[in-house]
Design a protein around this ligand. Structure first.
Ligand code: BGC
Length: 888
């Protein structure tokens, strides 16, 4: 039976707040194999039962079931929409209508009547307190409400309340963006929260990223001096009329019990200063102060339909311990980003004080040094009497442990939980295998993502940094997109990247950019500048291209096109004879072949720069092609060719020696296809020699590490790739696993084999960058690879790299079309390896299955496997298949 499974909207299951009609897609269910869609029909309506259809596509002959853009529908503001679809397949079967997907439009066409209001004045510039804002209003008498939506945003971090209850379940809204260009607003359905007897709308606003103390330079007021809130509540009545309640000068303000809240330093909360009932009716606010109207360009307001930060899960503590130095410490067993929630009972004025941190030192004592100046401290002052429950809301911490500096009464684990927060994304990737250390590595990579995808892809979540370092986000983007549905997350961040680019197209080291103009005292950045480093700035091109590969959505390429092009042009202008370089370069950052005490790896900067110049130019020319921009496609394809030639002339000797004898130089040359065909073998051999010289260990940094295993396995050195991945002693991925890591470390030797720590100056234990090896688990080990000619996994290349002594691997990636799954099992026998392979290919897609080192097919579910050299190749339609074969 044919059925349309879920309909997706901008790759999400539902959206609340959109400025334009979302991109549609759906999954198809059928009990046939090789199912292809022949046609589809989509309908859109204002009501769930589709009594009045406002759009009907009619039957569209097309096999497209993802990335459907309906250009003909313009949205009304504050309106609930329903979408459904049905399809006909190549068997002539016709599905029923799908279940409905719904979304709510935002304040389309920027119809804001509200003003930004503040409970602070400019004298509060240095203040980190939270303020309350409130307004009472009445509904129309005797008219039923059809729907009510509130649109809201803030300068700072806000929480919204209606009649005593929090609106929505988002946290840290409106998140962090390039506020002066791109400020996200959230939309909530509050139909059920309104009451006929009288209503109170209120907000709490803290300093957050907007006004607070940020960056390793510890400046503040990057974006402004006063926090503010904007809200527009739209009530649609059944009689066709509308009532609008907006933030304006009729609101009143007061200080909140949050006496202090900063992203790095934590929160101080005095429960004795709670204004009970402040966000309900029957509260006397006559003594509250008037608000100030704050100027902020409302054109910057952009709807955020999904991917907001939320409380995602709750972890119970593992154990309570007393350290050798006598500190009480709670261990949550997992390095994470979020808050501790606790229950406490005591006297008025007694305190709970917590310090959050990541690791214990070699003696088992509290280690705070790597937080640098970030306090990660929570102080709660009790109201007294009844049991009190608290977690902070205007800060977040990166931690596994908390040191309890004060707590009235007996310290019991049952009174503590860790609340994990991050941007809400669907987990799409799953990987398990017969090697438990690898499973733990996968777990650590996933938790590196969770800990650092808190609205912005941060380098780390604990020290006084937590910035959107472009390089980290670039190298991890592909891995992240195998693990989670990252489309909304990265699209938002790339919009900020575009806005924060320099007028010449330079790309900031961090996005949102808070370094420009703030680094006069930084040894590297003062002179070297705050933008345009190879591998970092290339996020401008590589990330949109990666999203296109993974989701097939051309919109991200459209939106980023000028930004991508500007970055290529920037490199071109600053190159000399196509060898690129610009001011400060991070090169192969924190590689182990760096000089003692240096962060800069040994691979020459001009080689790294020019390799990325070539790679980004190639991707940009492909992006131009995908958008049908033929002129640019050819122009940049030619430029790419010239850069490659120049690279080869400059960095290869006439006899084929790569001038820089580092692992990273060889990895980049191979992975970016910069090696002349005649020198390929030599380059691969040298890379393997360079590995051997370090006893099979990598000495690579941010630039070489992500592609190391690929550079080997794509060049016939699968065995060496596996050996590298499975190394257990320092330096290696599994060294950290064996040392008990629960996330990925910033340094291969974050904790050295002798138990001592890398310099506290820069030693994060939750830094996803080296987790970029995750893509090798999915693309190579499971062999689930996208095809740029049919992106978004419309066509998947399944080509597992079996090895590593593993007896089985089970992996799946949930794509636009459904789940692609690969399960291989290996049995060693005298005659070689016997492999059982199960694969699942979603309907309305197809696959090419490649079996490396195929000797004999034992059974293949009627698939006709063609021998191509040592490999078997077969084209496969949708469905599930089981094969058994012998391999050499
Ligand atoms: C960050 C890195 C970042 C680097 C750039 C560090 O402080 O934590 O991950 O990419 O600076 O130099």
């Amino acid at each position: 039976m044919l059925a349309v499974n879920k309909i997706t909207l901008d790759h999400e299951l539902s959206l609340c707040g959109v400025d334009q009609f979302p991109v549609l897609g759906w999954e198809i269910n059928s009990n046939h194999q090789c199912v292809e869609q022949v046609s589809y029909q989509l309908q859109c309506s204002y009501d769930e039962s589709f009594t009045e259809v406002l759009f009907d596509s009619g039957v569209v002959i097309s096999n497209a079931s993802a990335n459907i853009i309906l250009n003909d529908i313009s949205l009304h503001p504050s309106t609930l929409y329903f979408v459904r679809g049905r399809v006909i397949d190549n068997y002539g079967e016709k599905s029923e209508w799908s279940s409905v997907a719904k979304f709510v439009s935002g304040l389309v066409d920027n119809s804001w009547q509200a003003d930004f209001i503040s409970g602070e004045s400019v004298q509060d510039k240095a203040n980190s307190k939270v303020t309350l804002l409130r307004k009472e209003f009445a509904l129309k008498n005797n008219v039923a409400i059809k729907s009510a939506f509130v649109h809201s945003s803030g300068l700072g971090i806000y929480q919204l309340f209606l009649n005593g209850n929090k609106v929505g379940s988002d946290e840290l809204t409106p998140g962090w963006s390039s506020y002066h260009h791109h400020l996200l607003y959230q939309t909530y359905d509050v139909t059920e929260q309104l009451q006929s007897s009288g209503n109170v709308i209120g907000a709490e606003v803290g300093a957050g990223w907007y006004k607070g103390d940020m960056g390793f330079t510890r400046d503040r007021n990057y974006y402004g001096e006063q926090t503010a809130f904007i809200g527009q509540l739209v009530i649609n009545y059944e009689d066709g009329t509308t009532q609008t309640v907006v933030t304006d000068d009729s609101w009143r303000a007061e200080d909140s019990p949050v006496l202090f809240a900063e992203i790095y330093d934590g929160e101080i909360y005095d429960a004795g200063q709670q204004r009970s009932g402040w966000n309900k009716t029957d509260f006397d606010a006559s003594h509250w102060r008037p608000v100030e109207i704050v100027a902020h360009d409302k054109k910057t307001l952009t709807a955020q339909g999904a991917c907001k930060v939320k409380q995602i899960e709750v972890l119970q503590p593992l154990r309570l311990m007393t350290t050798p130095q006598g500190d009480s410490v709670i261990d949550f067993g997992q390095n994470l980003s979020g808050w501790v929630e606790f229950k406490v009972r005591g006297q008025r004025g007694e305190k709970v004080i917590l310090r959050h941190f990541e690791v214990l030192d070699a003696d088992g004592n509290v280690y705070l040094d790597n937080l640098r100046s970030a306090k990660q401290r929570v102080e709660y002052i009790l109201n007294g009497g009844e049991q009190e429950v608290y977690h902070p809301r205007f800060t977040y911490h990166g931690f596994r442990y908390v040191k309890v500096e004060a707590y009235p009464g007996e310290l019991l684990l049952e009174n503590f939980n860790a609340i994990v927060i991050h941007s809400e994304m669907a987990q799409v990737g799953h990987f398990k295998c017969s090697n438990n250390d690898l499973n733990q590595l996968h777990h650590n990579i996933l938790w590196g993502l969770k800990g650092n995808f808190v609205d912005v892809p941060t380098d780390c979540p604990q020290r006084d940094e937590r910035l959107g370092w472009t390089g980290d986000a670039q190298i991890f983007c592909r891995t992240a997109s195998y693990l989670m549905q990252t489309s909304s997350f990265f699209s938002k961040w790339l919009t900020d990247l575009k806005y924060d680019q320099t007028p010449e197209g330079g790309v900031p080291h961090v996005v949102p950019d808070i370094l420009a103009g703030h680094c006069a005292n930084d040894i590297n950045l003062a002179e070297g500048g705050t933008h345009s480093a190879a591998a970092w700035a290339d996020a401008a091109v590589i990330n949109p291209w990666t999203l296109y590969l993974m989701y097939g959505d051309t919109r991200v390429l459209e939106n980023q096109y000028d930004s991508m092009k500007a970055w290529i042009e920037f490199m071109l202008v600053h190159s000399q004879n196509l060898i690129w370089g610009y001011k400060l370069q991070f090169g192969d950052w924190v590689a182990l072949d760096a000089k003692e005490g240096s962060y800069f790896g040994a691979t020459p900067s001009d080689l790294v720069c020019t390799a990325y110049f070539a790679y980004s130019t190639e991707l940009f020319s492909k992006a131009a092609k995908a958008l049908g921009r033929e002129d640019d496609h050819q122009k940049y394809r030619d430029l790419h060719q010239q850069i490659v030639e120049r690279f080869q002339f400059e960095f290869f000797t006439p006899s084929g020696r790569l001038a820089a004898r580092t692992q990273t130089a060889h990895i980049l040359a191979l992975y970016f296809n910069l090696v002349p065909a005649a020198f390929k073998e030599r380059t691969v051999n040298t890379l393997v020699e360079l590995l051997k010289e370090h006893d099979g260990h990598l000495v690579t940094g941010f630039v070489g590490t992500p592609y190391f295993c690929h550079a080997l396995s794509q060049n016939g050195r699968e065995k060496e790739a596996w050996e590298l991945l499975l190394k257990e002693d320092f330096p290696s991925w599994l060294y950290q696993v064996k040392a008990g890591a629960t996330t990925i470390w910033e340094h291969w030797d974050g904790v050295k084999p002798d138990g001592s720590m890398w310099s506290a100056d820069m030693n994060s234990f939750n830094h996803y960058a080296y987790g970029a090896v995750g893509e090798w688990l999915y693309r190579a080990v499971a062999g689930i690879e996208a095809d740029e000619n049919e992106p978004g996994f419309k066509h998947v290349i399944i080509s597992p790299v079996i090895g590593g002594g593993l007896s089985w691997v089970k992996a799946a990636v949930h794509t636009n079309y459904g789940e692609i799954a690969v399960h291989w099992q290996v049995q060693e026998s005298n005659s070689g390896q016997r492999v059982r392979l199960n694969i699942k290919v979603p309907h309305n897609t197809h696959a090419t299955l490649k079996l490396a080192a195929l000797r004999d097919v034992i059974s293949a579910d009627d698939l006709q496997i063609e021998k191509q050299g040592n490999n078997g190749v077969v084209k496969v339609g949708s469905g599930e298949y089981q094969l058994e074969y012998l391999r050499d």
